[in-house]
Design a protein around this ligand. Structure first.
Ligand code: MF3
Ligand code: CO
Ligand code: CO
Length: 255
């Protein structure tokens, strides 16, 4: 019963480092910097704080974090691309500390972004938080998906189907898959000690995605805007704990 407390203590430490990395980036993301610079800052911060960046060399990925801009859904590869006023970028950081993984992402707005983008960002964040707030032993995986899907679809947005949240602990991606769409009271029941991510990818247009020739970058098929947030969470005896909460209150834009 209390067997998982030691694991939670380590998830807290890894999650906090990932969150602090995003907090640090918040203060550095501005027009004129490249996504490679974000990668370099993230790599160094995690290393200097006793961790390792999980994406680096993961299945051949060559960078330390993902930077997904505008119509990029996820797994964008840092490059020489310069951030311009009006861009919105998701930065997804995963830190390993003492063999445990903390995985989290947020949206960052570069200067002023469009009303459409701002609405999408707000809905995506709110959908993730609505799903987190219902977490406790006894609810089912389908309840999580239902919470996200019903909220964003009622606003005219769509849920990406091709990627999902995942169990996480002493490895990056574990069972179960956490779908961001679904039906109430279906699927596996949650139990104390489970640790997983919730990371909805929400599109302003249709949900279909395609993968670019680099083998990683996922973009919306209809070129509509996309947004994502991610937290790593744990199920407790009567609720949940978020391991990747911002230390500085930088949960969502505007920061
Ligand atoms: N951080 C991503 C996730 O949330 C995984 C990125 S894998 C990478 O699961 F190789 F693209 F970095
Ligand atoms: Co993840
Ligand atoms: Co992630």
């Amino acid at each position: 019963m209390s067997n998982y407390l030691e694991k939670f203590e380590k998830m807290r430490i890894a999650g906090k480092l990932a969150a602090k990395t995003l907090d640090m980036l918040t203060e550095n993301i501005k027009p004129g910097i490249s996504t490679n610079y974000i990668d370099k800052l993230g790599y160094e911060f995690i290393k200097d704080n006793g961790g390792y960046s999980a994406p680096l060399y993961y299945r051949g990925f060559q960078k330390s974090l993902c930077t997904s801009l505008n119509h990029v859904v996820c797994h964008g590869i840092p490059s020489d691309r310069i951030l311009n006023e009006g861009d919105a970028v998701n930065v997804d950081v995963t830190a390993i500390v003492d063999d445990h993984y903390g995985d989290t992402s947020r949206m960052f707005c570069v200067g002023e972004t469009s009303v459409k983008m701002n609405n999408l960002i707000n809905a995506t964040y709110e959908s993730m938080m609505r799903a987190i707030r219902i977490l406790k032993p006894g609810i089912k995986l389908g309840d999580i998906g239902y919470e996200i899907q019903s909220f964003v679809e009622q606003k005219g947005f769509s849920v990406v189907r091709d990627f999902c949240g995942h169990g996480i602990g002493t490895s990056f991606h574990e069972q179960p898959n956490i779908l961001h769409y679904g039906k109430k009271n279906t699927g596996m029941e949650l139990m104390p000690g489970m640790t997983f991510t919730i990371e909805p990818m929400i599109n302003a247009g249709k949900w279909e995605v395609k993968i670019l020739n680099d083998g990683w970058t996922a973009v919306t098929k209809d070129k509509s805007l996309s947004a994502q947030f991610e937290h790593t969470v744990g199920i407790t005896e009567n609720g949940y704990e978020i391991f990747t909460e911002s230390v500085k209150g930088y949960s969502k834009p505007p920061y």
